[in-house]
Design a binder for this molecule. Structure first.
Ligand SMILES: Cc1cc2nc3c(=O)[nH]c(=O)nc-3n(C[C@H](O)[C@H](O)[C@H](O)COP(=O)(O)O)c2cc1C
Length: 191
């Protein structure tokens, strides 16, 4: 077993995953996030269910899209939202520098859009789309949409945090597409 060093130089937490009985007798795996435990870290993060968005922007090569679940609301006043493109993505440069972009929240029937823009950034003509006043590609039929200009860009490990000031928003009734543990799904009311 490998151990990681604490900041004071003492050996501490096990790096390799260890499976034990958790507080309520359920089996749980503990580990220190690092190169050896990337899979376990991803699996743990994937337990957090999110909505699904497609972020779009205009580039010299045409409209560009990317499926993203790192979206979060941030501030009501001023109206700010954020999302996080990965530096490893071939789409990182255009998305991290885009002065204007739109974030579309996927409705429960929009798996096709989400799957498409996870695979490729182009191919808009397979969908119904138009161009906003600030020349950003707008996808039709989404649950909500936030048209933004870049407010701030923060470095964040292997991602960047893009903060958008929302210039215009739109919303329709309906249920949203959910992503959890690597799967798309829907929302079922329990109460
Ligand atoms: C549900 C879902 C959510 C995703 N969220 C993000 C995200 O927040 N940030 C990101 O950089 N990539 C995210 N991705 C990956 C991108 O959509 C895309 O697959 C990736 O950028 C591919 O890299 P490429 O541009 O080099 O082909 C997500 C993919 C899926 C399926």
């Amino acid at each position: 077993m490998t151990f990681s060093a604490t900041p004071d130089g003492q050996t501490a937490m096990p790096v390799s995953p260890e499976t034990n009985r958790g507080p309520q007798g359920m089996s749980e795996t503990t580990f220190t996030p690092g190169p050896e435990t990337a899979r376990q870290f991803r699996d743990a993060l994937g337990c957090y269910g999110t909505g699904v968005t497609v972020v779009t922007t205009q580039t010299d090569q045409g409209p560009l899209g990317m499926t993203a679940n790192s979206f979060s609301s941030l501030s009501l006043d001023p109206p700010l939202v954020l999302w996080a493109p990965a530096k490893a993505s071939s789409r990182f440069a255009p998305f991290s520098t885009a002065p204007h972009f739109a974030i579309h929240i996927m409705g429960e029937d929009q798996h096709d859009l989400a799957r498409h823009f996870a695979q490729t950034g182009g191919g808009f003509d397979a969908f119904d789309w138009s161009v906003s006043e600030s020349s950003v590609p707008i996808l039709a039929g989404c649950l909500a949409r936030f048209e933004c200009h870049l407010a701030a860009l923060h470095d964040a490990g292997d991602h960047a945090i893009v903060v958008g000031h929302v210039d215009r928003a739109a919303c329709r009734a309906g249920k949203g597409l959910i992503f959890k543990q690597g799967q798309y799904g829907g929302f079922a009311e329990k109460l």
